[in-house]
Design a protein around this ligand. Structure first.
Ligand SMILES: [Zn+2]
Ligand SMILES: [Zn+2]
Length: 172
């Protein structure tokens, strides 16, 4: 049996991002799977994913709950898109399921950079830093400005590679 040499030991950043990706496998919307974890002093304080409220029909059972939205594309044109609004976002669930004392000075690792609403909530949640992997381009610029104004760290793990996970749907 081969052992990895010590220089290839996983960094804390990659370790916690792996866990965020694992949490994302529990997401209940096929359009988007986001996972987030809360880390305080290198300890895992909570994990969350985007999903419908417990006990309520989710996207796998009832289909996505789509609404039309209008967004500017890269060329500055207004385009119509559809968003699924059935789920509570991972970052929001993370706030719902942790205590403020656990969030003070903590880091949120999240698979995707937060949307505007989540960033706004995280800015008021006591956390000190947000680390993400995939950029959510639509809100990235204004989210970045907000977090800078608030003094919350915001960085992307550029060289990170998510673990390969097989998706197997289970019934709960
Ligand atoms: Zn959905
Ligand atoms: Zn969000």
């Amino acid at each position: 049996m081969r052992h990895q040499s010590s220089h290839s030991r996983k960094s804390w950043d990659f370790y916690f991002m792996d866990i965020a990706y694992m949490a994302a496998t529990r997401a209940t919307c096929p359009r988007r799977q986001v996972g987030a974890v809360l880390v305080q002093d290198r300890k895992l304080m909570g994990s969350a994913y985007n999903g419908a409220p417990a006990g309520v029909t989710d996207c796998y059972e009832g289909g996505c709950l789509l609404v039309d939205v209008y967004e500017k594309n890269a060329a500055g044109e207004i385009v119509q898109k559809q968003h699924c609004i059935r789920t509570i976002h991972a970052e929001q669930n993370l706030i719902l399921f942790t205590d403020r004392a656990q969030r003070l000075g903590s880091t949120v690792y999240v698979t995707d950079s937060p949307c505007w609403t989540c960033a706004n909530m995280l800015a008021n949640s006591g956390i000190a830093e947000i680390v993400y992997h995939r950029p959510y381009e639509k809100d990235l610029e204004k989210v970045s400005r907000l977090l800078q104004e608030k003094g919350i760290g915001f960085r992307r793990l550029e060289t990170y590679q998510p673990p390969r996970v097989h998706s197997e749907r289970i019934g709960d």
